[in-house]
Write a protein of this length. Structure first.
Length: 331
């Protein structure tokens, strides 16, 4: 039987440590996610779905997991690597790319039945990858590394980022227009496929972990410090970024997923899960969130999240945890 997890607002609460898991404890107006059986205890960092049922998760020691039934079952795939895999991006059910430690780039064209290593030209770790179609993709990582392919990864070309800070997130809205984010509040923007990257004013020196755009103009960046989260928003393609941290509370945010300009979910350290339905003006009643396992309390760091629509989403994290919701996480 799957365990039920209740994601509850951090507060003082009393519960019976011997409660039956078939009668889950609900605290306040918290969020409910189901924990799925991943088959691994390795940390899981990245997740990508094509539709509501077909998805791939990557993580530590070259871990790759695949589901075709919305996570009811997860199958371990052979990566051929033992380095951490930090990010994965599928453009359709067949074509996907994963990136990770020591410049690792893996490509599949058969839905993960086989993964083949590509030549990245670097031994620096790669934190994130974004493809807009099967051919055009960008990976970013350690020391300001940016790599670009226009032929599905047959060749990767190094681009000049203009920074030595680690880059941790990247997102392209079309083949030319993309944004990369990283340590010390760095945000870079390109409108020519990465031939030129221009620094933008983030207004923060906090580490920035992920970026997502829902249109050419509307984007969200998340990150933070060890004890607080950071959220930034743009409505003009990144010309200006507005600090929305006052609308949130919680720990460092590692992942974010939006399904439209208004509806999004962010996850992070100490089990933080934040939800917005107004583009980030407010998040989850401005409360930090923690995971409550029946029958005992257990804190799990969450590193990645992907929603395929406003209701259906998957979050992944430490110790092989995979969480699933089909109602937007609401009670």
């Amino acid at each position: 039987m799957k365990k039920i997890l209740v994601i509850a607002f951090v507060s003082i609460f009393i519960f019976n440590s011997c409660k039956d898991e078939s009668n889950p404890l609900i605290i306040d107006s918290g969020f409910i996610f189901n924990e799925q059986t991943s088959g691994t205890t390795n940390n899981l960092y990245g997740v990508s779905f094509t539709g509501t049922n077909i998805g791939t998760v990557v993580g530590n020691i070259g871990t790759i997991l695949r589901t075709r039934n919305g996570g009811a079952t997860w199958t371990i795939q052979t990566s051929g690597k033992t380095v951490p895999l930090y990010s994965v991006c599928f453009t359709d059910t067949a074509n996907g790319t994963a990136v990770g430690g020591t410049g690792t780039i893996l490509k599949t064209t058969d839905g993960g039945a086989t993964w083949n290593a590509q030549t990245s030209g670097t031994i620096k770790f790669l934190s994130a990858v974004s493809f807009v179609d099967t051919n055009n993709g960008t990976a970013v990582g350690e020391g300001g590394t940016i790599l670009r392919t226009t032929n599905s990864g047959t060749t990767w070309v190094t681009q000049i980022s203009g920074t030595k800070f680690n880059l941790r997130g990247v997102f392209f809205t079309d083949t030319n227009t993309g944004t990369a984010v990283g340590d010390s509040g760095k945000i870079f923007r390109t409108i020519d496929g990465g031939t030129n990257w221009t620094v933008q004013n983030s207004g923060t020196t906090d580490s920035l972990s992920k970026v997502i755009f829902t249109s050419a103009n509307n984007g969200i960046v998340v990150g933070g410090t060890s004890l607080s989260c950071t959220t930034l928003r743009t409505t003009d393609g990144g010309t200006t970024w507005t600090d929305q941290t006052g609308a949130t509370s919680g720990y460092y945010l590692y992942g974010v997923s939006f399904t439209d300009a208004f509806t999004g979910t962010a996850v992070g350290y100490n089990g933080t899960i934040l939800r917005t339905t107004n583009g980030g003006s407010s998040w989850s009643n401005r409360q930090p969130i923690t995971l409550l396992y029946q029958p005992t309390l257990k804190i799990i760091h969450l590193f990645g999240v992907y929603f395929s629509d406003a209701n259906t989403g998957t979050a992944v994290g430490a110790n092989g945890v995979i969480l699933r919701t089909t109602n937007g996480g609401t009670k």
